[in-house]
Design a protein around this ligand. Structure first.
Ligand SMILES: *Cc1c(COP(=O)(O)O)cnc(C)c1O
Length: 767
């Protein structure tokens, strides 16, 4: 019964017939038509295509096909067109059944390579339609029974068992909700399947997340195979929890952990809970304020030694060896490390490496990212003298899963943590009532990437992203030729074609090269576009699917140009047209080409950007350009046009030096006065007070201060805010001043409360 049919949203049986004679008055045409009638009689819906191009389009756009029936004589001569259809099917699925429609006389013309790809033959003119129909139905049902991954299959099956439940959840398959109006509204909104599959750990048939048994355990083994780990763990409270589990399992009180300063808040939380001593690895930053990688020279054994020796928090600590290192890969903006190189560099200092791949779960499935993700290559090659490697992935972010779904993947190397010990920490952070729909969605995210599907789906994201990037780059060039401005993308200006060796402008490079060769995306030492100077060749690559659109305003070598357009204004404009972007900084807008992308979706984004240019150039009134802004803040912006506001904002940015202040604010690490755990203990005991920025000079903060974007901590709990005229307070004051001038465009800074436009921060009371 583990078929997709067991759910309520039924996935019906569906077949594709590809034959150029369907409409013809020939024996073959009549036979195909009667086969279609036979399949429909058996409740199999049939899609037809009469050419290989048509078939390729259907195969790409209809993932519900469960059988392909393909004429071996497609086209006037030879079998190339039929073979192309086989390839198109196998590009996406290794297992969907393919039948060749042929007659016995030509069967010998099928080459061995094609034989290996197909499942069976249909002798259309010889077999009875009833017999053929029965075989096709059986093949479809066989396929359906194997397509679901272990946990989802078990869940779908169990939700069909109408048992009398005396266990939690108390809504018992949703019936509890039906007893009140609001409950019924809730039930009807989500539908019965959600409630029927919302089960508790007392349902033995599904196994247990806490001891990794039954179908849940099988699903973790399946994920390990798909993601290339030695062991994988389902986590139902996000990578926030995954990070905390790994860190707390690996490093404890007064031990040193190396921590990317560009790390997620969950890493700080883990240090706070464990009492570990963070020693920060500081990444680069460029003229746009985009955070780069931690440069390779900061990861050598000598550099790490120096870093620990200069860390005031490590002063009294006897054991000088770091126990753990956590690195964000890829960064928010899509910079990914050569992980082999990082293993080699950091492996000289630390036995356990932890890559936070929250935004990067797809990397294993496309050769574009070869060697640039934690679980790279064959897990069998990960020898015991390599570091132990952990990865955390938010499957809900860039794979397809429900919010909070996350994976931990582990490869054991030096100083591994045995599963039994690791699981103690796992259980400490897990709920004893995990949500099964979240686990099932993790299972499905793995199954979608399994086999050829992973490369096909990730390949489509890359193709769409490249098409968009080339389009923006070409428009930028065309407008530039006319002396006009346009947006650009943050990417190499030129590309060396790997086949011809010729250097071409980005927009003229072959899309094939850009979608297949990582070398096109590697940050070359000294290349001006990236702004990270003499970065080690091959060390870092830009992920094509994470696209930063750049607005005019920043000079190529840093500093501001005479005229500019703040990105937040463009974002507000796009928002008013129903286009919501991922994040916005001073002059960049990040858009993600995730697996959910549909072909050509970017066309509407390009068209909205062109509309912005048109409206900006004529200084269209804000009433018309961004109506919501006038509705909310009419007193501030009434009577202004789009260009007026851009100019006003840009000159404020110039005057307040927001971009420069940000670079300076982050360029030097603040002085830590106490460890994160000490700062937290004082917070719990109430030994903290809220102060304004002017009062914050020289004080030790009680909570982290994290401006968004980019979301990298400016101050960690227990760090000193520095002098009144220092870079940290300078940056915060520039944000505060900007926010006061531009309601509707205020910054979001975690750890800062805003009262009547005044920033207030919790700091430690004086000791
Ligand atoms: C989002 C994020 C996390 C946390 O993941 P959740 O699944 O939202 O809990 C961890 N690390 C990084 C770098 C993130 O961006």
């Amino acid at each position: 019964m583990n078929s997709p049919n067991s759910g309520h949203q039924r996935l019906g049986r569906r077949a594709l017939i590809v034959d150029d004679e369907i409409a013809e008055e020939s024996a073959a045409g009549r036979a195909v038509r009667s086969l279609i009638a036979e399949l429909e009689r058996r409740d199999i819906s049939v899609v037809t295509a009469t050419s290989s191009e048509d078939a390729a389009l259907v195969i790409r756009s209809d993932p519900s096909l469960q059988c392909i029936l393909l004429d071996w004589d497609l086209g006037p001569e030879g079998h190339d067109l039929s073979i192309a259809v086989v390839d198109a099917v196998r590009h996406r699925s290794g297992t969907v059944p393919i039948f060749l429609l042929a007659d016995r006389s030509v069967a010998s013309t099928v080459p061995a390579a094609v034989m290996g790809q197909i499942d069976d033959f249909v002798w259309l003119l010889e077999d009875t339609t009833d017999f053929v129909g029965g075989r096709i139905l059986a093949a479809i049902d066989r396929y359906r029974s194997t397509v679901l991954p272990p946990m989802f299959a078990a869940l779908a099956k169990f939700s069909q068992v109408h048992e009398y439940s005396w266990h939690t959840p108390g809504h018992t398959g949703g019936t509890g909700f039906l007893k009140s109006t609001v409950g019924r509204a809730f039930f009807e909104f989500f539908g019965e399947p959600l409630f029927r599959s919302d089960l508790s750990i007392s349902v033995g048939e599904l196994g247990s997340l806490l001891d990794h048994s039954g179908p849940i355990g099988a699903s973790e083994k399946y994920a390990a195979r798909v993601f290339g780990s030695h062991r994988s763990y389902h986590v139902t409270n996000g990578s926030s929890t995954s990070n905390r589990i790994i860190l707390m399992a690996s490093v404890s009180r007064d031990q040193i952990a190396l921590c990317d300063r560009n790390c997620h808040k969950s890493a700080e939380h883990a240090m706070t809970m464990s009492g570990a001593i963070p020693t920060y690895l500081v990444p680069m930053r460029n003229h746009y304020g985009i955070i780069g990688p931690i440069p390779s020279e900061r990861l050598t054994r000598v550099a790490i030694r120096k870093l620990i020796d200069s860390n005031p928090l490590a002063a009294g600590i006897e054991d000088r060896e770091p126990k753990h290192a956590i690195i964000t890969n890829s960064t928010y903006d899509g910079l990914c490390y050569n992980v082999t190189r990082v293993e080699e560099l950091l492996g000289a200092s630390v036995d356990r490496l932890h890559f936070d791949e929250a935004w990067y779960g797809y990397a294993r499935f496309n050769p574009m990212y070869r060697d640039r993700h934690a679980m790279h290559g064959d897990p069998g090659d990960h020898s015991a003298n390599k570091p132990t490697v952990f990865a955390t992935q938010s499957t809900h972010k860039l794979l397809n899963a429900l919010s909070q779904a996350s994976f931990i993947h582990v490869r054991d190397g030096k100083n591994p943590i045995p599963h039994g010990l690791f699981n103690e920490t796992f259980m400490m952070h897990a709920s004893t009532s995990p949500n099964y729909a979240i686990i099932a969605s993790n299972d499905v995210s793995a199954a979608m990437m399994d086999g050829p599907g992973g490369e096909a789906l990730t390949g489509e994201s890359i193709e769409e992203a490249v098409a968009f990037r080339q389009m923006i780059s070409r428009l930028n060039n065309e407008f530039g030729d006319k002396g006009e401005w346009f947006f650009d993308c943050w990417q190499p200006d030129t590309v060396i074609d790997p086949k011809t060796g010729r250097t071409l402008p980005f927009y003229e490079a072959s899309a094939e090269a850009l979608t297949t060769y990582p070398s096109c995306w590697v940050l070359k030492p000294g290349a001006q576009w990236h702004g990270f100077g003499e970065i080690e060749d091959g060390y870092c690559m830009l992920d094509p699917i994470k696209v930063s659109i750049v607005t005019p305003g920043v000079a190529p070598r840093g500093g501001l140009m005479p005229v500019g357009i703040p990105a937040s204004l463009v974002t507000a404009y796009l928002d008013s047209r129903g286009i919501v972007v991922e994040k916005t900084t001073d002059f960049t807008i990040l858009v993600l080409f995730s697996i959910g992308i549909t072909k050509g979706k970017w066309g509407s984004l390009v068209s909205a950007l062109c509309d912005f240019k048109r409206d900006y150039d004529v200084n269209l009134s804000l009433e018309r350009a961004i109506p919501a802004l006038i509705e909310d803040h009419g007193d501030r912006y009434a009577g202004m046009g789009l260009k007026d506001l851009a100019d006003t904002m840009f000159s404020a940015m110039k005057e307040l030096k927001t971009t420069q202040m940000m670079s300076e604010g982050f360029s030097e690490l603040p002085h830590p006065e106490m460890s994160p755990v000490r700062a937290y203990e004082r917070l719990v005991r109430g030994q903290v007070e809220q102060v304004t920025l002017n009062e914050l000079a020289g004080r030790t903060v009680a909570t982290g201060v994290v401006p968004y974007p980019p979301g990298i901590p400016l101050l960690m709990p227990g760090e000193n805010a520095g002098p009144a005229d220092g870079p940290i307070l300078g940056y915060l004051k520039s944000l505060e001043a900007y926010d006061q001038r531009f309601p509707g465009f205020t910054h979001d800074t975690h750890g800062v409360e805003v009262e009547d436009g005044v920033y207030r921060v919790y700091c430690q009371t004086r000791v």
